[in-house]
Design a protein around this ligand. Sequence first.
Ligand SMILES: [Zn+2]
Length: 585
Amino acid sequence: MQNKGYSREWLDKLIYNSDIVSTISRYLTLTRKGNTYWACCPFHHEKTPSFAVNQQGQFYHCFGCGASGNVISFVEKMEGTDFIDTVKMLAGWAGMEVPEFHGDEDYLKRRKHRELLQNICRDSAIYYHNVLKSKDGAVGLNYLLGRGVDSKTITKLGLGYSNSWQGLVNYLLKKGYKRQDLIDAGVCDEKNNRIYDAMAERVVFPVIDHNGKVVGFSGRAIKNDSFAKYKNTKATEIFNKSSNIYCINLLRKARLEKNYAILVEGQMDVVALQQAGFSNAIATMGTAFNKNHVQTLSRFVDAVVVCFDGDNAGQKAIARSLEPLGEEGFEIKVLSLPEKLDPDEFIKKYGSEAYQKLIDNAMPVYEFEINYEASKHNLADKDEIPKFVDACIGILSTIPKESEREIYIKLVAKISGVPRESILRQLMFSKNKAVTSTETPQVAGQTKNYKAEQFVLASILHKKPWALSVDIEDFVNNNLKNLYKYLLANNFPKVSKLFEDFDVENSTDIKAIINYDFSKIAKPEEEFSGCLAKMQLDSLLRRQEAVGLEIVNCTNEQMKISLLNEANEISKKIIEIKTLLNKVG
Ligand SMILES: [Zn+2]
């Protein structure tokens, strides 16, 4: 819709002048092979490039995650900007003047409103910062200086102070903003028909998004009798405390040097680390670290080190809650500071080099948990060893990937002195054996629709008359998925070729497909469509969940609309398939 806001000719010229290869090269290192340029995809994590840029056609396509589009949608996705801002940015790079936008009125209105809220937040941040530096800000300034924050850091992070309930209100009204806009921007609250500064009598930390726009605030009470030590801006059109990240703007700048983020517990911890030179230090807005945060971070870095204050029993629980957040290629490590110190205290006592060393030695979540168990048991005492191993079995049984599990089985063996084989046997017999993670299990036969996938794939491999082609994403079991990928890539070769390309003898999954016994299937046509429907239903449900998350996290109106449309389409298809499955029985 919005594309109509500019003439087709002008947009074509913009796309032509912004040559997709040189624009994408601003973000990624492209390698040319023939007519195509390749890179590791910025929209999903991978180690071998499947992101292709076609210069002739001026489009990109990722063979891994399916992302595709032109130069405008690429920059839009990378910057998280909306259509108009993206076009303006590209035009700036290409040295073109941007004509006036004549398009969707509603879109323009919403966009204007967001801009207004951003301006109010920006002006509020300036106000708070100026108060802090004036004589009215002495209380706030003394608090920060008392915590060891220097003036350079105060300026760098734009810290501020609100000394009164009405100062900000008067300042903003005088600037011409309307009363309701101040409430919409979240900088003012309303009670008994009076509005007042939401951050009154607090030291104020402006929250800046990755594009450098102030979107909200976090305020720390100075008086101890205040009902809440920390307070965040309420949810607005541009701010949400469960997805915004404090100092993401600085992380984005730092990512060229450091490919990971340091996640600490509170704003003051971030301030201390930033001051000590850790420009990749961030914090959530007081909420638990969640999938939204991971999605945002993974656009800028490959890993996060979660830093716990001191030693407390809650750490293991927190570590456990982090496990499912790890994704292919995105690593979550854990670090626990000694002597009940917080990052600020630790650096003051031991220096930033020592802190960096701790970061370098941060442990993957599972290793952290195993070590935590080890610290709880006296392993010099023979009676304690089985208890330790029992506790570790519980951890090991939740590791979905066999290769990864193997690493930690060895670690438990090393710490306890119990042979690896014994631990493995105990693990096999443990009741917890069921794989509880949502990640794709690698163990043969354990995925939900394994039998259905097996029959479908065997039918395709043996070129049975009832076999139809299938979407690769409908496979859950990785071994079967890879085999199907191979069949596609090799134009459905003869079965004999598999023996050249695979170690069939040692691959249970592939062997079962090759030797599939079709005689046990009475009505193969019906069986095939039933199996396929089950697989498609599952795949749609997975996609539905993913899209739901994307919608929650989406700040781009245009993108949100297309996501909502997709969600709609998915729901329709799910109903269709469910009806079909009910008929089949
Ligand atoms: Zn991709």
